[in-house]
Design a protein around this ligand. Structure first.
Ligand SMILES: [Fe+2]
Ligand SMILES: [Fe+2]
Length: 408
């Protein structure tokens, strides 16, 4: 097997680098590994040749890991960026989660490091087109709605604001919710299990960290992103919010039970299902004619055009981003396949099909369609495979998602 993946490890301690070299010997056939002792040396290597991934220590003299990864993101945005760090303060951790895709803690078992790199590099392969890879790799924030962001940032600065209220507000904003789950799932905060719900993330991180994440503008939120059509962002945002509630209802029917943990995971998956559309809007700025043409189409007509234009649809793009931000696989899978009904209905988990059905229902309801046409519309728009139209659970889930009363 030829070593076709280039990985750069950066640490100012020679012992750490020689330890990594020894521990990762088993991957020498797959990875071409390079080692640098400082940020400056790493940048020289990166300028000379592209790397698939950079793994850096956080605390280094002259240039710390967060600064190095920010520069790597500017020069080679397509690179997977990982912090592998010992102690650092909470402020440093929040600051480094933005420019890094993944944050791992030292000491890190070689198996964990290998698995993490393999997963990230596998996700990266989902995006074939180098230009799309580069455009998405540079993103560390999603476009948000200023009024929603201001409501959240105002609330976190209120001394008596409850965690419950903050979770409620963040649960209405896909961009802030994705940033919070990125931080909550980073190894600095060492979640015992992957965090898939927003209230769990708020409780787990505590108000000080939530405040730091929300207020660290420039790291997680860029309200100045020049998107093609701001009203379209608002449309995706509102649709995502309604789809979150409908996904919860559809999943209850598909599983035949009410499990609070599954329900909050369903809400998160529904809320984030179209983050790929937000990412495309941010990655291809105003003036990109291909995206301008795509944004005129409805969600089901745009997915095949996206595949023809970018090689992947916004579902896969969203799954890729949430995957490298460390969100649980169950959510990543549901996002990635929501425009691939065959894959969706083949997966053992019921969450992907709940998201797929809920998103479709929301589009049909908004278009003024009657619920009696739910199945026919799903078939016509290619939302479900033909065989699923006779499945009573699918029909019941569609009806349950349709009946959800949406509070405006
Ligand atoms: Fe979608
Ligand atoms: Fe959608």
């Amino acid at each position: 097997m030829s070593a076709d993946l280039a990985i750069l490890f950066v640490d100012d301690e020679p012992n750490i680098l020689s330890g990594l070299r020894r521990l990762l010997r088993s991957k020498a056939g797959e990875w071409r590994m390079s080692f640098a002792y400082s940020g400056a040396e790493a940048l020289r290597l990166i300028d000379a040749q592209p790397f698939d991934a950079v793994v850096t220590d956080m605390r280094m003299p002259q240039m710390d890991g967060a600064e190095l990864l920010t520069k790597v993101g500017e020069r080679r945005p397509e690179t997977i960026r990982i912090i592998l760090s010992g102690q650092c303060d909470q402020e440093g951790a929040v600051r480094s989660v933005g420019p890094s895709h993944i944050f791992l803690s030292k000491p890190c078992e070689p198996g964990v490091l290998i698995e993490t790199l393999d997963r990230a590099l596998h996700l990266r392969r989902m995006i074939y087109d180098p230009a799309v890879r580069t455009a998405l790799g540079g993103l560390h924030a999603l476009p948000g709605i200023p009024s929603s962001y201001h409501a959240i940032s105002h609330a976190v600065e209120e001394p008596n604001c409850s965690a419950h209220h903050i979770a409620d507000l963040i649960g209405q904003d896909p961009a802030v919710a994705a940033a919070l789950l990125h931080v909550a799932n980073s190894a600095y905060f060492a979640p015992r299990r992957l965090v898939s719900s927003i209230s769990q993330a708020v409780q787990y991180l505590g108000m000080d960290v939530v405040r730091a994440v929300v207020l660290s503008s420039g790291v997680f939120h860029d309200l100045s992103l020049q998107v093609q059509d701001p009203s379209r962002i608002k449309g995706v945002w509102e649709h995502s919010l309604r789809t979150a509630a409908r996904t919860r209802a559809a999943l209850q029917v598909l599983t035949g039970r009410c499990d609070p943990r599954e329900e909050s995971e369903a809400y998160t998956a529904g809320l984030l299902h179209d983050v790929g559309a937000l990412a495309l809007a941010a990655a291809f700025p105003a003036g990109d004619e291909r995206l301008a043409a795509i944004e005129k189409l409805d969600e089901y007509d745009r997915a095949p055009v996206e595949r023809a234009t970018f090689g992947v649809d916004h579902g896969v793009i969203g799954g890729f981003l949430m995957g490298i931000w460390g969100l649980p696989d169950s959510i990543v899978e549901a996002i990635a396949y929501h425009h691939d009904p065959v894959a969706c209905f083949r997966l053992p988990s019921l969450l992907p099909r709940a998201v797929c059905l809920a998103g479709a229902v929301d589009n049909f309801v908004e278009a003024g369609a009657p619920s009696s046409e739910a199945v026919a519309l799903c078939i016509a728009k290619g939302v479900i495979p033909f065989a699923a139209a006779d499945d009573p659970a699918v029909v019941a889930a569609l009806q349950a998602a349709w009946k959800v009363q949406i509070q405006q």
